[in-house]
Design a protein around this ligand. Structure first.
Ligand SMILES: Cc1cc2nc3c(=O)[nH]c(=O)nc-3n(C[C@H](O)[C@H](O)[C@H](O)COP(=O)(O)O)c2cc1C
Length: 476
């Protein structure tokens, strides 16, 4: 009997495994024959094995994470299951993964930082206002360093804080200041879990792209039973590992691919103190830059003036005006892919001089009783100029911000600008600009897909999947 056959046998046989995974028994038979489990079913098999206390190390190929530089931050919050996080630390350490640990004040009532420090052989962080820690590993560094933040156990309290943007201790501040993937493993009394407040927070966090390892159903330490049990540490560990493996697989997806992304607004000066701009926050473009960088692309982000932190990517170029954005984008050619996500001002607004109103570039325009008139000068169309140029990237993607006839307008832009794909969104009042979620239409020459409203991170991830499919299969 081969390894996979043995594992399936221990899990109850072909029929039971197929039933549990809601797949056809013939698929499981095939795995046995080929002695291989497909990647998209590995996670389910790992979970099933953990539930049955089967150590998969004996049957599945070892997780080869050695050449994968991956950093985890574990946040332990204060619940009855806090002590179980010690086993998670042990498993992560055993897998040779770089681990930092932060404990909330309540968690320290259940287990001590000394215990965590000795297990992890590293300082355990507990204090937001520590003078010593701020000078060495400050809270922003702790937030930025990890590739993944695991909160296990996650209390109802820490979920509520994250859902509502409360940052009143080290753990909650890190969670707010991080770009990393966050996964929560909630554990609490069943009534706390089913409380509408907790369920609303859960939904809010899911919508924002926070990952969850769902609590188990069963008897609780408090004597009640229902949903809220902390899953076995091994189950949590296996889910984290399979997440890492998935990331490892996509980490090289865009290796050696150069991508230029424009993001944010541009501003057009009227005089040295006044300007005309738009409401773009840069969040969607930054999310795309971050996602494609995570997948191995060499990303150059050309950003207008924004108030959000820059993502981890190869190169960031800051610009102010449409002209600067045009010049800097051109300066990055040739590139493999261009994604124009910035909301570029279509015009420059040039104040008109009159007999009584002198205008020069250096001085503020004086207020008089006379009307101030402007001449508008068209700015260059970055997307279309590059798409029609000799240095056209292999794939050119644009964003269309529309307030009416979204699909028709976007389709005509796709054709007139000669680009490959367009992501259209309705930017009517308070709809997209500055928000964390986005509802888009994904349009190419032949199709128009309507994507459900989702976080801007999720849009970025789905777009990256699409680009991967097109870029790696088509000869554009
Ligand atoms: C004995 C005991 C057990 C607790 N267990 C849990 C729990 O399992 N889950 C939970 O959400 N809160 C639990 N709490 C309540 C939290 O400790 C409390 O909400 C605390 O403020 C959480 O702080 P933190 O989120 O900063 O760690 C427990 C409290 C006590 C005294």
């Amino acid at each position: 009997m081969n390894n996979i056959s043995q594992l399936i046998y221990l899990l109850g046989g072909t029929g039971l495994v197929a039933k549990k995974l809601k797949i056809k028994p013939s698929a499981v038979s095939n795995w046995r024959k080929l002695n291989k489990i497909p990647k998209n079913k590995l996670n389910a098999i790992l979970s099933l094995s953990s539930q049955n206390n089967i150590n998969t190390d004996d049957f599945l190929p070892n997780h080869n994470l050695d050449d994968f530089d991956f950093k985890i931050l574990l946040i332990i919050s204060g619940g009855i299951a806090s002590y179980k996080s010690l086993e998670i630390i042990r498993l992560i350490k055993k897998a040779n993964i770089d681990l930092d640990v932060v404990m909330t004040e309540s968690a320290q009532r259940f287990i001590t930082p000394l215990l965590v420090t000795s297990l992890n052989e590293k300082k355990c962080y507990t204090d937001l206002f520590s003078v010593e820690d701020e000078s060495k590993m400050n809270h922003i560094m702790l937030a930025r360093r990890p590739d993944l933040i695991l909160v296990a156990p996650a209390t109802a309290n820490i979920m509520a804080k994250l859902a509502n943007g409360i940052a009143d201790d080290l753990a909650s501040t890190i969670l707010l200041a991080s770009f990393s993937q966050i996964i929560l493993a909630p554990s609490m009394n069943p009534v706390m879990w089913s409380n509408l407040a907790t369920q609303e927070n859960y939904k809010k966090l899911l919508e924002r792209g926070i990952g969850f390892i769902a609590p188990d159903v069963g008897d609780m330490a408090c004597g009640e039973s229902g949903t809220g049990r902390f899953p076995a540490p091994k189950v949590i560990f296996d889910k984290i590992i399979s997440n890492i493996i998935t990331r490892k697989n996509i980490a090289n997806q865009f290796k050696n691919v150069s991508i230029v992304i424009t993001a944010g607004p541009t501003i057009e000066n009227i005089d040295p103190v006044r300007f005309v701009s738009n409401r773009s926050s840069g969040k969607q473009g930054f999310a795309i830059a971050s996602e494609l960088s995570r997948r191995g692309a060499k990303v150059t982000l050309i950003s207008g003036p924004v108030n959000i932190p820059f993502p981890k990517c190869a190169n960031v170029i800051q610009v102010m005006t449409a002209h600067e954005m045009f010049e800097k984008t051109i300066s990055q050619l040739p590139t493999d892919i261009l994604i124009c996500c910035a909301a570029v001002s279509d015009w420059k607004f040039v104040p008109k001089a009159s007999a009584t109103k002198k205008i020069d570039n250096k001085n503020k325009i004086k207020k008089t009783n006379e009307e101030l008139l402007f001449k508008t000068i068209k700015n260059p169309d970055i997307l279309s100029s590059i798409a029609k140029s000799k240095l056209r990237p292999n794939l050119v993607i644009g964003f269309a911000a529309e307030t009416d006839n979204i699909i028709e307008n976007a389709k005509s832009k796709l054709v007139s600008k000669e680009i490959d794909l367009i992501i259209a969104n309705d930017v009517g009042e308070n709809k997209v600009f500055g928000q964390d979620s986005n509802k888009v239409f994904f349009i190419d020459k032949n199709n128009c897909e309507e994507w459900a409203e989702q976080s801007k991170n999720a849009v970025a991830s789905n777009l990256a999947d699409k680009i991967n499919k097109i870029f790696n299969t088509a000869d554009i």
